[in-house]
Every structure is written in C-alpha cells, then in structure tokens.
Write a protein that binds this ligand. Structure first.
Ligand SMILES: Nc1ncnc2c1ncn2[C@@H]1O[C@H](COP(=O)(O)OP(=O)(O)OP(=O)(O)O)[C@@H](O)[C@H]1O
Length: 88
C-alpha cells in the first residue's frame, strides 16, 4: 500500500483545511479539530508502472496476496506494494 498512515491531525489545532479557493477555513472559536484514521489517501488513476518500478521481490504474504518491493522512479525511494482484490 502506498499511502502514509498516521494518527496526527491533518491540520494544526485552530486551523481548518484549505477551501477550493486556497483560503484556510477557520473552525468556530474553541472548536478542536480531531481526525481519526488515515489523514489522506490519494487515489491514482494512472498505471502504477508510470511512477514506480515494480520488482518481483516478494516482501511478504498477506491475506490478499503478495506484497512486492517497488521503487519510485524519480526519487528512488523504496515502497511496499500491496494488492487488493476488488469484489464486484
Ligand atoms: N511496508 C512494508 N515493508 C516491508 N514488508 C512489508 C510491508 N508491508 C507488508 N510487508 C510484508 O508483507 C506481509 C503481508 O503484509 P500485509 O499487510 O498484506 O499482511 P496482512 O496483515 O495479511 O494484511 P491484509 O490482510 O490486508 O492482506 C507482511 O507480513 C510483511 O512481511
């Protein structure tokens, strides 16, 4: 899987997410923002091989299948690629 997982809030306390105009939305005074789960997930629509060199090196086996070692083409950074089967 290629997303970062963390428990940190998306935005510092007292600041909201930027709106489409690029301005920061301010929460009501005294309101604390808490985010649970994944802070952000980007769904890519292009082929993974456009951006990553996918190797046949198996890092491990999960319930959904193999986890492969891949490398970001531009940065050379190593990632783990996890496959999911989407049910109809
Ligand atoms: N980021 C990673 N770096 C290195 N190896 C990884 C990484 N992620 C997974 N692996 C390897 O792949 C194996 C399977 O991982 P995976 O997350 O698919 O397991 P899982 O708990 O069965 O998850 P799922 O049920 O979602 O398939 C791990 O046990 C580990 O050996």
């Amino acid at each position: 899987m290629l997303s970062n997982v963390g428990t940190q809030p998306l935005f510092p306390a007292g600041q909201g997410p930027p709106n489409p105009a690029g301005q920061t939305n301010q929460p009501p005074p005294g309101h604390l923002l808490h985010f649970h789960g994944r802070p952000s997930v980007t769904i890519k629509k292009n082929a993974i091989t456009d951006d990553y060199k996918v190797t046949s090196q198996v890092l491990g086996l999960g319930i959904n299948g193999k986890v492969l070692e891949i490398f970001h083409k531009k940065s050379g950074e190593k990632y783990a690629l996890k496959n999911f089967k989407l049910l109809p």
